[in-house]
Design a protein around this ligand. Structure first.
Ligand code: SF4
Length: 221
């Protein structure tokens, strides 16, 4: 079982897949910058972030801000919304005293890039969430993204395809966590919308930066 510090926060996986360097600043240096995209995402999440707002409607139980984890992969996170619907063929959940079909619903600003399909970064996040829930409750669950722009849920149907990719990414992230080094690669196409650009300084090449630091050191001497 991983130690507490070794767990990977599920909500940071999308930062890694967007740009490993951005994830490095957030996860390894605890830096955080907000930009318009981040703030918009937060507003969408505030609609569901209330851990005490659980409800029961007929055969349906709704749980918001549910903490989940996977000991096997060393992942943890908080799910926006989980629906448990009573069903004789479902998963037995001791805490709820019955059998249930489980649905995860993650809330996102924006819309699907391809109508009817979950976007790449969201798909990886859902894959991690599904793995956690299936490990915790010992049975299958479904995943959906609610895209705020279209005000609709989109079903995630590619769990099997994304599972191997997610495990590969988690292993990469863990290597960086072990070394403690911020990934160096700069992906210029992503920098325009990045909340970490003032920390990362992507226009300043490493070689230039190193030269300047070395010059400053020799000037001081
Ligand atoms: S500015 Fe560019 S290279 Fe730097 S963290 Fe952001 S996306 Fe990555």
């Amino acid at each position: 079982m991983p130690e507490n510090d070794d767990y990977i926060a599920i909500n940071l996986i999308q930062h890694y897949t967007y740009c490993p360097r951005q994830w490095g600043f957030i996860a390894l240096e605890s830096q955080w910058r907000e930009n318009a995209f981040v703030v918009k995402g937060d507003i969408v999440h505030k609609k569901v972030d209330d851990p005490f707002d659980n409800e029961k409607r007929g055969r349906l139980r709704v749980s918001r801000s549910l903490p989940v984890f996977s000991e096997e992969l060393g992942l943890n996170g908080i799910l926006d919304l989980v629906e448990f619907e009573e069903n004789e063929k479902g998963v037995f959940i001791k805490q709820l005293g019955g059998k249930f079909n489980i649905k995860i619903v993650e809330y996102k600003s924006g819309k699907p890039n391809v109508p009817g399909q979950v976007n790449f970064h969201d798909a990886l996040q859902l894959t991690a969430q599904i793995l956690c829930v299936e490990e915790m409750f010992g049975g299958k669950c479904e995943g959906y993204i609610f895209y705020d722009t279209i005000k609709r849920r989109v079903k995630f149907s590619e769990f099997a395809e994304y599972k191997a990719k997610l495990i590969e990414i988690v292993n990469e992230m863990r290597k960086h966590m072990e070394s403690g080094e911020i990934p160096k690669e700069i992906d210029k196409d992503k920098c325009g919308g990045c909340s970490m650009s003032d920390v990362c300084l992507p226009k300043l090449k490493f070689s230039d930066l190193e030269k300047r630091l070395l010059k400053r050191e020799s000037d001081i001497k």
